[in-house]
Design a protein around this ligand. Sequence first.
Ligand SMILES: C[S@@+](CC[C@H](N)C(=O)[O-])C[C@H]1O[C@@H](n2cnc3c(N)ncnc32)[C@H](O)[C@@H]1O
Length: 331
Amino acid sequence: MPSTIAQSRITIQNTLTLSDINGAPGADIIQGLSQTPKTLPPQYFYDEQGSILFEKICNLPEYYPTRTEASILRNFAHAIAHETGPCELIELGSGSSTKTRYLLSAYADLGQAFQYVPVDVSGEMLTQSAHQLIKEYPSLTVHGLVGTYEQAMAQLPTPPNTPRLMIFLGSTLGNFTPEQSDRFLAKIHASLRPGDYFLLGVDLQKSPEVLHAAYNDAQGVTAAFNLNMLTHLNCRFGSNFILENFKHRAVYNQDFGQIEMYLDCHTDQNVNFKTLNYQVNVCSGESIQTEISRKFKVDALTKNLAQHNLTLHQVWTDPQDWFALLLLQCV
Ligand SMILES: C[S@@+](CC[C@H](N)C(=O)[O-])C[C@H]1O[C@@H](n2cnc3c(N)ncnc32)[C@H](O)[C@@H]1O
């Protein structure tokens, strides 16, 4: 059963145990490892250690996306709040809510009490951030949803009288294939009412050298983050991946305009997932794709969003046009 922890201005609801919404736990792993080439879903990057490593990646000198998106939010959060007026803020994949604070401050400055609904699979990170946020923002209530985007979107709190602003930052949309992205955008549209807003942060196309450096940092933090997925799976599903058999690789695929991240296997291994009752052979020379990160062009993306009845209201970018924030409205 889902559990709920409530204090006066803070509610944390666990939606993770509702396996009937998203299929049996681990079904996505079996599906990914049964296909050729093998894949693993990127949500498994995020156990406690994965969330810590991701925060470290965000501060790496080579990793421009976080600081660039943060600079756009710093410059334009008040303009965004002014455009939408008072809103309920829902953030998918909220993580530490660090960049979100620019938005929370701007909405607090509108002078009305408001609600923030962070959604994340990483319950530790979400709970810690929620407790911190209510200390920082006296006019804020937090209703956290621990679970996947799909689980959370099916269990959003009752719509308020103010419009909703659904927030999806960090270019996480780029981690979906075009087909997954279409299904996801249809769900976003279904969870909004006409007039509600969608704020989307996306990484734009740029030189392959800049992209390559961002995903192959000199300190090896991205490599540790990639490999940590195997540790997470070993803990969570009783699998026996030997980490020394795998190596991180990230390449820019110019044909598809996307970074592709892999774990390359160097020694044959039979991997046994005890709790899933599932075994798979991973052969030397085989690669498991753990993430794609598509890089966007604003025009093409805007057309795609319009097909989902999400129409462009305004775009903000940085001086180098490396990253964009799109404010869309649901019709
Ligand atoms: C790339 S981080 C982005 C964090 C933050 N939004 C940012 O822009 O820096 C992705 C976040 O989404 C969460 N996440 C990943 N897959 C998820 C899923 N399927 N459902 C819910 N949260 C997910 C992770 O735990 C992590 O905090």
